[in-house]
Write a protein that binds this ligand. Structure first.
Ligand code: CA
Length: 226
């Protein structure tokens, strides 16, 4: 694995570098936010470990800019203990996961492996339900060969339903997966998003794929018989 460590504290950066090199990772270190952006534009990394408190540009801004240029490398954010505000902001900014300092190295490795696995899966993967095709790499979607244009949230919603095609996905499950835990999203917002999604996915197409299960949730495609 090729890892970019973005950390200004020398001791921490050294510790991480040694640990990761022992795990046969190839490691590059950026000491501030701008250097991180420059390095990640030049080289392809499998994971970016991103400290939040950084000189020149903080980690939140770095995460935002990485996402802004369609950078798909998973970002694991490292935050100070209990900095809940940072965690929420970091995930909003586009980080894929976070660890609070101090963390165990074993946990760091496990989180990194999980991120890489998810990413590899994503790279290959295309989801198909009936004639609806979701390309998880490019985040493009097609119905009967015609491209449909979805917002980021709409795509996440239809992706979740597609991953669970044939079964009802409960409302709370959708809220937690699409908007993330701890986000205040009303049930009305969910319904509004499904309406928008349905207009795009099912408009003028047969069969209609998105189904409402009143009081329970939503499903995509015909339900699997049990
Ligand atoms: Ca720092």
């Amino acid at each position: 694995m090729h890892i970019l460590i973005v950390e200004d504290e020398q001791e921490m950066a050294g510790l991480l570098t040694r640990g990761l090199e022992e795990e046969s990772c190839q490691v590059s270190v950026a000491r501030d936010g701008r250097a991180a952006l420059e390095l990640s534009a030049l080289e392809a990394f499998d994971v970016i470990l991103l400290d939040v408190m950084l000189p020149r540009m903080d980690g939140l801004e770095v995460a935002k800019r990485l996402r802004g240029r369609d950078e798909e490398t998973p970002v694991l954010m490292l935050t100070a203990r209990d900095a809940l505000g940072d965690i929420v902001k970091g995930l909003d900014a586009g980080a894929d996961d976070y660890l609070t300092k101090p963390f165990s190295f074993v946990e760091l490795l496990a989180r990194m492996r999980a991120l890489v696995r998810r990413q590899q899966f994503r790279r290959k993967n295309v989801l198909e339900v009936s004639d609806l095709v979701l390309d998880l790499t490019s985040h493009r979607s097609f119905r009967a060969g015609e491209e449909i244009y979805l917002s980021v949230t709409e795509f996440r919603l239809v992706e979740l339903l597609a991953r669970n095609a044939g079964r009802i996905v409960a409302r709370h499950e959708i809220l937690a997966n699409v908007w993330g835990p701890g986000r205040e999203v009303s049930e009305n917002t969910l319904d509004a998003f499904v309406r928008l999604l349905r207009k795009k996915v099912d408009h003028g197409a047969e069969p209609r794929l998105i189904r409402t299960h009143r009081g329970f949730g939503y499903s995509l495609g015909p339900l699997t018989r049990v």
